[in-house]
Design a protein. Structure first.
Length: 607
């Protein structure tokens, strides 16, 4: 994995210079320097770095590519986009999306009552709001209120019952009626993990028969003039462009047929989300086979071709791609707390005046190993350690001899792997798996990378420094939760290699990239670890500024958030301590202060 695959997943957002990973923007600060500056203020545990300029870059890329495709294909409709709030509802993301998207009239999509209220709060009047998902009468009435308030809102019906409720609310109230969209249930399905979003067995959408019934109902209720959009979605993180093209042909023909059936106000086709983000660090594992340029060109060309063939007005194109917009803007930084096989180093060898012959042979193998003999000596070492285990079981050597043998054989394997790193064989790869280092990171995978735990989703991970040297240690990452699933295991097909570091002498930081979509909102408070401390980084031509600091919840707030009484907690803990036996009054007071300090810190380890 050359340079941790940065040329595959980074989209030119990050570069490696001077052994450090840096932002490829304006003053190009190193992430390590940003982290060190933050930690000067006693910030401990994992931190989430927010880079708003990367959201702006993605919004600009989306609109620029679609508008260029429209111009090149002489397409008569416009391009519009909304950001689905389910992807990241946190203020830093929503505010950045709204602020950076103003010049494009970029809107928001809501899928629940709370998200709808957020969309009403944050969307600039005139920008689009689309509302998806199942709705009750209250939610539909909220859509009417949004329309009355001046919002350009489209309520997408997921079933005939919702349309009947819209008609009912329109009859009961004199509020301005929102635009109406119909989500169509396509025969076409997607690809990848979320392919079930499309196809005839999909959770959402109307069948052809239901669509015809909906058109009749709209005409009978004199609301056909409010039907402005059809909508489909065949899956998030679409890996293959072929299913997208198939779905576009199907949806395009449905749109044309509805126009011919008298839906003259129908002018928009919403192709949903699904634009993929590259998470993989290895070229053989790349998860998409198209670019944003190919995607936009294919959408515009196919819809134009269908409408021209049917002599139908070109629809305005809407997209709801959220992952594409925000995945890259957040980077999780975690300190490494411990290396679990750090005990295998020469400083722990303790030889006797007279050692067993096999130990003496291992000493010689370790001292004399070089590039020409390393495979032979490696085989000898593996044979010797097995013999030493047998001798220990039979009682012929003691625990110190066994320890010396384990350390020496470990050192020999490490040297052999290093010397032959450019010429790995199956045997060496198997040894690398066996010899993998366990890096304990100060973070919770359940909280900060839930899609890894739940969906086995890859995320690019790399050190922030030491990048001038080649990392040689096969690495597993262990988080600090007391759960065996809190691990990113070493994968021989996509191995992660990190550096050998003496943590007594220096800190070692890892960065997890492309974590800005879904991870924050899906993060679980497993073991009551909460959202990491968050910092927004604004980069200018000369330097950068750290703004919008949001500290991770302290322990009392965490317990309060799940129903415990803060005042009762601290009172009970203090009372128990005060009633205990202390021989020294100063120690009692100091301990009380320590207790209060600890419960008012975040729950991550203080390293």
């Amino acid at each position: 994995m050359k340079d941790f695959g940065i040329d595959i997943w980074a989209n030119n957002n990050f570069i490696i210079e001077d052994g450090l990973i840096k932002l490829n923007y304006k003053s190009k600060p190193s992430i390590l320097n940003i982290v060190k500056e933050i930690r000067k203020n006693n910030s401990k545990g994992p931190i989430l770095l927010i880079f708003p300029h990367l959201i702006k870059k993605q919004i600009k890329s989306l609109y620029t590519n679609f508008n260029e495709a429209i111009k090149e294909n002489n397409y008569k409709g416009s391009f519009n986009a909304v950001f689905p709030l389910k992807v990241n509802q946190f203020p830093h993301a929503v505010n950045a999306v709204v602020n950076e998207g103003k010049e494009y009239n970029y809107g928001l999509e809501a899928g629940s009552k709370a998200e709808l209220v957020l969309a009403m709060l944050k969307t600039t009047i005139g920008s689009n709001i689309t509302v998806n998902g199942f709705k009750d009468k209250e939610m539909i009435t909220l859509c009417f209120i949004a329309s009355q308030s001046g919002h350009n809102i489209t309520i997408t019906i997921e079933g005939i019952n919702e349309l009947q409720t819209i008609i009912e609310v329109a009859q009961e109230r004199s509020l301005k009626i929102p635009n109406i969209g119909i989500r169509v249930r396509l025969h076409s399905s997607g690809s990848g993990t979320w392919a079930k979003s499309g196809g005839m067995d999909a959770k959402f959408g109307l069948t052809a028969t239901e669509i015809i019934g909906a058109i009749k109902l709209l005409k009978d209720s004199q609301l056909i003039n409010k039907l402005s959009m059809i909508h489909f979605h065949i899956g998030s993180q679409m890996e293959d462009i072929a299913p997208i093209k198939k779905a576009l042909r199907e949806a395009g023909n449905i749109y044309a047929e509805l126009r011919k059936m008298g839906a003259s106000s129908l002018e928009n086709i919403n192709i949903g989300g699904g634009l993929a983000v590259e998470y993989d660090q290895y070229s053989h594992g790349k998860s998409r086979n198209y670019s944003i340029e190919e995607f936009s060109s294919s959408v515009v060309f196919l819809l134009g071709e269908i409408m021209d063939a049917k002599n139908v007005k070109h629809p305005n194109i809407f997209t709801e791609s959220g992952r594409f917009i925000v995945a890259s803007h957040a980077v999780l930084i975690t300190p490494v707390l411990e290396l679990f096989s750090h005990d295998y180093h020469e400083g722990l060898l303790s030889f006797k005046k007279i050692n067993p012959p096999l130990i003496n042979e291992l000493i010689d193998l370790n001292a004399l190993l070089n590039n020409s003999n390393c495979i032979e000596y490696l085989h000898d070492a593996l044979d010797h350690i097995e013999s030493l285990f047998t001798l220990f079981d039979l009682g012929y050597i003691d625990l110190q001899d066994r320890s010396n043998g384990e350390i020496l054989s470990h050192l020999i394997i490490k040297k052999a792997l290093y010397l032959k790193s450019a010429h790995h064989t199956n045997e060496l790869e198997q040894l690398q798996v066996k010899l993998q280092e366990k890096y304990l990171i100060n973070a919770s995978i359940f909280q900060s990378l839930p899609d890894y735990w739940g969906l086995n989703q890859n995320f690019p991970v790399m050190p922030l420094h030491h990048l001038e040297t080649t990392a040689q240690r096969g690495a597993s990452l262990w988080d600090i939760t007391c759960d065996s699933d809190g691990e990113i295991g070493f994968n021989p097909d996509k191995p992660l290699y990190l550096h050998d570091i003496d943590l007594d002498k220096e800190e070692y930081f890892l960065g997890f990239f492309n974590v800005g979509a879904y991870q924050e909102t899906l993060g679980m408070n497993h073991n009551l670890f909460t959202h990491p401390s968050e910092y927004t980084i604004e980069i200018n031509e000369d330097n950068y500024t750290i703004t919008n600091e949001i500290e991770s919840q302290n322990i009392l707030k965490i317990l309060s958030s799940i129903g415990y009484d803060e005042m009762m907690i601290i009172k009970k803990l203090k009372d128990n301590l005060l009633n205990s036996d202390f021989s020294d009054k100063k120690e009692k007071n100091d301990t009380l202060l320590l207790l209060e300090t600890y419960v008012k810190q975040n729950g991550y380890l203080r390293n």
